[in-house]
Design a protein around this ligand. Structure first.
Ligand code: PLP
Length: 390
């Protein structure tokens, strides 16, 4: 047996930024001390900066779904009319949360791999002027598709509704001008482009979103936006926080700031573009061909090959964990992630490994075909070698 490095290459959890991991070891710290407040304040301020908003940013110790849930329970009331855009498994989660809290949801569903269009949202809004909110994924991680949230925001801004964007894999992979476009709630999570383990989720809130919290009557306790805002202003979290993750987050945010959020986005975009070029040159088909996003690229397995075989072989041959399709897409697609701490060296390896796996399973490709596409893009954009951790 030879060495196989374990490589986590899924679209969440994503590869970890080593200095952030090391920072977690300093978590022998009490959370009601100045040391902690310093880290927490830096986290909140840096999040605001990298998200590029003048609105409030709150952070919670939960996975992303916790803050999706909290957004409904803090801003809405039973029976209120909302529009839910569903283009995949995460959109379905919005619909389930809305249902759990008794909202009156108009669910716009499109087939997996496609996107809800701004025209569909505009039409639904026109039909129901009492709509209080529109829910969507900026990037639908289960299919690899990205929504045109900018155009949708322009339509929603003219109505009383707020625009609630699950940008858990959108942040750091696509431009999101929160204030400029009018994205009222933007939700992110630690285990995606922020390069640290799962367990923290955060959101930005516009004044229009805060206003809804004044009339909301849904019950909530642990996830309380108003309370958390007060605590955050005092440099603390309302309850005992995950100190280790907050120290990691502070470190990762310093890195993102030094890189620049736009560079983090560009990094994902370049890797996604190179991946699309590579798999297409290998004769494979993209799953979300019309609106591919840059957080993850979903690829259809060749006819007659279960995508689970590709996923399994990546693990067995190369110790690499890549993502299968979710739900009914399982076995049909595999997903190559680009969000956060991924680089061209990762992609050279993934595409070279894919070529080996395809060949071994009866789909013949000439070695180097896909890799060359990545190399050509690398050369074309002349990515400058960067000093690590400078
Ligand atoms: C990962 C993810 C979530 C959150 O899932 P959790 O398991 O709760 O962190 C939500 N939406 C999208 C689009 C995601 O990619």
């Amino acid at each position: 047996m030879h060495i196989k490095k374990q490589r986590l290459l899924t679209p969440g959890p994503t590869p970890l930024y080593p200095p952030a991991l090391h920072a977690m070891m300093a978590s022998d710290m009490h959370h009601r001390t100045e040391d902690f407040r310093k880290a927490y304040r830096s986290c909140l301020a840096d999040l605001k900066e990298v998200m590029g908003t003048s609105g409030d940013v709150l952070m919670f110790c939960s996975s992303g779904t916790g803050v999706m849930d909290a957004t409904v329970s803090n801003l809405f009331s039973r029976g209120e009319k909302v529009i839910v855009c569903v283009a995949g498994k995460f959109g379905e989660r919005w619909a389930e949360i809305a249902k759990a809290y008794g909202l009156d949801a108009n669910v716009i569903t499109v087939p997996y791999g496609q996107v809800v269009t701004p025209a569909q949202v505009q039409e639904a809004l026109a039909k129901e002027p009492a709509t209080k909110g529109v829910f969507i994924q900026a990037s639908e991680t289960s299919t690899g598709a990205a929504h045109d949230v900018r155009a949708m925001a322009a339509a929603i801004a003219k109505t009383p509704a707020i625009f609630v964007v699950d940008a858990i894999t959108g942040l750091g992979t696509m431009p999101l001008d929160i204030d400029g476009w009018g994205l009222d709630v933007v939700i992110g999570g630690s285990q995606k482009a922020f390069m640290i383990p799962p367990g923290l989720a955060f959101l930005s809130l516009s004044p229009k979103a805060w206003k809804l919290s004044e009339t909301s009557t849904l019950p909530h306790f642990y996830f309380n936006f108003k309370k958390e805002k007060k605590s955050g202003d005092a440099g603390e979290s309302s309850w005992t926080p995950s100190t280790a993750l907050i120290l990691a987050m502070a470190e990762a945010l310093r890195y993102v700031k030094s890189l620049g959020m736009s560079k983090l986005v560009e990094n994902a975009q370049l890797l996604a573009e190179a991946t699309r070029a590579a798999v297409q040159r290998l004769g494979l088909e993209l799953f979300a061909a019309a609106s591919p996003g840059s957080s993850v690229t979903a690829v259809k397995a060749p006819a007659g090959m279960d995508s689970g075989v590709i996923v399994k072989e990546f693990r067995n041959r190369f110790g690499a964990i890549i993502a299968n399709g979710q739900g009914s897409m399982k076995g049909q697609i595999f997903r190559i992630a680009h969000l956060g701490y991924f680089d061209f060296a990762d992609l050279f390896a993934v595409v070279a490994g894919l070529e080996i796996i395809l060949n071994a399973n009866g789909y013949k490709v000439a070695y180097g075909t896909g890799v060359a596409a990545v190399q050509e893009l690398y050369e074309r954009v002349a990515v400058q070698p960067q000093t690590v951790n400078a």
